[in-house]
Design a protein around this ligand. Sequence first.
Ligand code: ZN
Length: 358
Amino acid sequence: MIDKSSQKFLEKLLITPSPTGYETAGQKVWMEYIEQFTDKVESDAYGSAIGRIETNADVMTVMLEAHADEIGMVVQHITEDGFIYLNKLGGSDSTIARAKRVFIHSKDGKVSGVTGNTAIHLQDKKNGGGKEPAWKDIFVDIGASDRDEVLESVQIGDPVTYAEDVEYLNDDTIVGRALDNRIGGFAIAQAMKYLSERKKDLAVNVIALNSVQEEVGGFGARMMSYRYAPDAAIVTDVTHATDSPGIDQKEHGQVKLGNGPTVQHGGANHPAVVRLIEEAAKKREIALQHEATSVRTGTDTDSIFFQRTGIPSALVSVPLRYMHSPVETASLNDVQQLIELMAESVLAMEPDQTFTAL
Ligand SMILES: [Zn+2]
């Protein structure tokens, strides 16, 4: 199982804000941690970061990848009477945004606020009161009496996150605001820890990449996979667990929380990399769930596989309930199995490993 000090690192990652485009604080936490298991840590201009384990200059390099950013909101407009209107960063859901505690991350630190919710007694039903709101309807109250008072601590463009951090429903079930995708950043760091302990069995070079700006288009992953040009990539992100009420499994497939990580088939997922992952799972008796890719994977895999002349890639994911909400829910056992799956897949690679579809 995930040991206590590793779990502390996960919690630190989860409570450190890292909204899309504003990932610096979270990246510092990640880089500081991964340093102890890697030979080299670097970051690029936009803040994507890597840790590298070097085996030999002449062997292939595999990349383990996750995205560092979380969805959030941004300060868009401040009214004369001191209310702050928001816009979304990434795919934040406006319909659940009212009546929440939030933090505005200003240059001077955290400012507490609440998203206003007109009392049920006062809602003007004829004019859309009580209806599902759009982002233009969501405002934050920080207790200021006018615009000038807001501007003393907040400026247009400051990122905003929900105040929720980490909670456990039981020993296995973790709830948080940004499991998408701190779980991934955690998992690739832990896989590097595992590989550093098994370095004598490792035949390839390994890069762990924690990319910025996935939620708005996979930009960090594009920059970094172009820069490092790995010979193969195993990407991890969260995927939808479809076992809570109200989800049609005929439409979305069957993925259960606690039944192990998933591997995706098709599209950007290279069949030979997928096969290697499946064999590693079998060898280690790791339960693996399967998903089909329709058009895109909706993850950084889409940004990596077509770089340069093609980087054979595959996506392995952690089932997640209530994605893009402040109560994202996952199983730590699934995370542990994912870590082993990634590390064992890397350990199964040969120094001159190539992946071909034909
Ligand atoms: Zn994600």
